[in-house]
Write a protein that binds this ligand. Structure first.
Ligand SMILES: [Zn+2]
Length: 625
């Protein structure tokens, strides 16, 4: 990336590069950090390490990082314990997310205990050493994403809950949402999340610098404690450890189950992840269901009406708080209007006949919104959010029948290459385009050759183009996608050790209803292989006494409550054994051999069913066929 680009970007951005409000906000109330910013797991391996980011100490952006993203990457480096206001604390920079601590009458109320239990434990340890050593009286999950509950095991145990020492509060629909996002399409999402966060990239000016919401996702132990209290209505009030809390439920915003809440005694408003210091995703690049920008905006408007006039500060579960009523109102209003503008203008243009790609190409936020740092597209982007809104209403088909039944990439690639006069001719032209800085076009056209044949020169040129786009983009997730793709084009897919490569964590599986487990099994059934097969299997959980049946026919696996008459086979087992098999923590054959599972009837039918269940493939190709 040239110095020219850097200067051009800075002046064209209209951004106030001398504004220090965020720098001050990210450091305000700092109490203490760790001597060394590394958190280790049981085996001594780092699950979180900020030392790799020392290169960010330099203020000026290097030529290989967009200066606006560099600024955000530096802001996300503020790590440690911070006092937000009396009785409200946050630990930031201990994971992708931020954990908040409210001083109740007797204990700590913990809001959003990070991804990994090791990180959450380190956070509360710091709070106990620096502020007050007291137990955790309650945990609040603001929403159903794993970076807001996975570390709960580091602050409370299930025994704390059953013994009545701690309660766990979550929005209505939390469990279903938490699980459906992590279970059904979890493997593919996790593989793509590694691209989105740049987990496999080296840290550095030519590698991963940030993940927009924070530095990176931690790699420790994911845990789950099922909520004891669900909030289902806006205006609901609760006294938690002597502290009054007023809730606003915001389903279908940043997460399917999410809530904001207000602490009248502290004039403090928690906006969950509905506000943040960047434009958020209407559709995340790792893959997810499209969110509703209109509902999101409406709920922000409602929050302003409910709590705005009483709030003196807003804190969230990523980034730093905003203090002062005037500033927080402006912040909330401009975030509201940013999502509203994206939604309304996209729909306006849909109804004039434009497609997603066309609308996104020239879409710009008005200056008043675009120039606020907290509206910059570090996480979501104007471009992919506009396409997401198109997708929500219109789907992925743009209406042009020429796009209705296209050839797949490999076949199309071969034809394109042939029509362009062969690989050498295509490469020669693409190199000219590269020299002119037409990186988007190079990536688009060379991709045909990459998919058409095993061509090292094509992969290399493709990687060059992706890297240039990665260095230029303001968006952290785009950068990570580009650079991860370039890395795999150059080196191939390397199976690396990253957390959560496939099956759901055992702690989460143990919290699932049996129906959810059976749904997860059903999406592994190899339909073509199951053609013509029939089986009726009864299942009895020896510990809970519950009975279910599985029905294999028509190449689908249905399930229901209760045992069926005339089943081929009945399998009895403790629920924990099934959990371990589903989570990949136990081998089915070993479980059967161990005596934990007893089988009555035709055991062959069980073996047949298991043989029809496909294992997920985690390290699938993305940038090559
Ligand atoms: Zn989050």
């Amino acid at each position: 990336m040239s110095e020219f680009f850097d200067k051009e970007f800075r002046s064209a951005s209209g951004l106030d590069w001398d504004d220090t409000t965020d720098d001050e906000g990210s450091r305000r109330g700092f109490i203490a950090g760790l001597d060394e910013m590394v958190i280790k797991g049981k085996d001594g391996a780092a699950v979180w390490d900020l030392r790799d980011y020392a290169f960010l100490q330099r203020e000026e952006a290097p030529a290989t990082v967009n200066p606006s993203l560099w600024r955000q990457a530096r802001l996300n480096m503020a790590a440690g314990l911070f006092k937000v206001t009396d009785r409200v604390y946050q630990v930031r920079g201990f994971d992708l997310s931020v954990v908040s601590f409210i001083q109740g009458d007797d204990g700590w109320i913990v809001i959003d205990p990070l991804i990994s239990k090791e990180c959450a434990a380190a956070a509360i340890d710091l709070v106990r050493r620096q502020v007050e050593d007291r137990p955790v009286s309650a945990v609040i999950y603001t929403h159903s994403h794993i970076d807001h509950f996975g570390g709960v095991g580091g602050v409370i145990s299930r025994e704390d809950v059953t013994a009545g020492r701690a309660r766990v509060i979550a929005p209505q629909g939390f469990m279903e949402a938490a699980i459906s996002e992590n279970l059904i399409a979890g493997t593919a999402m996790t593989r793509r999340a590694a691209y989105m966060y740049g987990s496999l990239l080296p840290r550095g000016p030519k590698g991963q610098v940030d993940a927009a919401l924070g530095k990176m996702a931690s790699q420790g132990t994911v845990t789950m404690v099922v909520p004891t209290d669900y909030v289902d209505t806006t205006g609901a009030e609760m006294k938690v450890d002597g502290v009054d809390i007023v809730f606003q439920v915001t389903p279908g915003t940043e997460a399917p189950a999410e809530m904001n809440f207000f602490f009248p005694a502290f004039s403090a408003l928690c906006m969950a992840e509905n506000c943040s210091h960047n434009m958020h995703n209407i559709l995340t690049l790792r893959g997810a269901q499209v969110r509703d920008a209109r509902a999101w905006s409406n709920y922000l408007d409602e929050a302003i009406g409910l709590f705005g006039s009483e709030s003196e500060l807003v804190f969230t579960s990523h980034h730093w708080p905003v203090w002062g009523r005037e500033r927080l109102l402006e912040y909330m209003k401009k975030q509201r209007d940013m999502y509203r503008y994206l939604h309304d203008q996209t729909v306006r243009m849909i109804n004039r006949g434009d497609t997603g790609i066309e609308i996104a190409e020239n879409f710009e936020l008005p200056d008043d919104l675009a120039r606020e740092w907290y509206n910059r597209g570090y996480y979501g982007s104007v471009n992919h959010n506009v396409k997401a809104i198109y997708q929500r209403y219109m789907g992925c088909f743009d209406g042009n029948p020429a796009h209705l039944h296209p050839l797949p990439h490999v076949e199309a690639g071969r034809k394109y290459v042939e029509y362009m006069g062969g690989a050498d001719a295509l490469l020669a032209k693409a190199r000219e385009a590269y020299a002119k800085g037409e990186y988007r076009w190079v990536a688009q056209v060379v991709n045909h050759l990459v998919f058409a044949e095993d061509n090292e020169q094509a992969r290399s040129l493709q990687a060059d183009a992706l890297e240039q786009m990665g260095y230029q983009t303001e968006n952290a997730t785009w950068r990570n996608f580009y650079l991860s793709g370039a890395m795999e084009l150059r080196d191939g897919v390397k199976e690396a050790q990253i957390a959560g490569t496939g099956a759901a964590p055992l702690d989460i599986v143990a919290c699932l209803g049996p129906e959810m487990i059976f749904d997860a099994m059903a999406v592994h059934l190899n339909g073509p292989k199951a053609a013509g097969k029939k089986a009726v299997i009864n299942l009895r959980f020896t510990d809970t006494g519950q009975e279910y049946h599985l029905l294999l026919e028509n190449s689908v696996l249905n399930h229901g409550e209760g045992a069926l008459e005339g089943a081929d086979v009945t399998m009895s087992l403790p629920r924990a054994t099934l959990d371990a098999i589903v989570a990949g923590a136990a081998d089915p054959k070993a479980a059967f051999g161990s005596g934990a599972v007893s089988v009555e009837g035709d055991g062959g039918k069980l073996g047949e069913l298991f043989s029809l269940l496909d294992a997920d493939v985690f390290w699938f190709n993305i940038v090559t066929p």
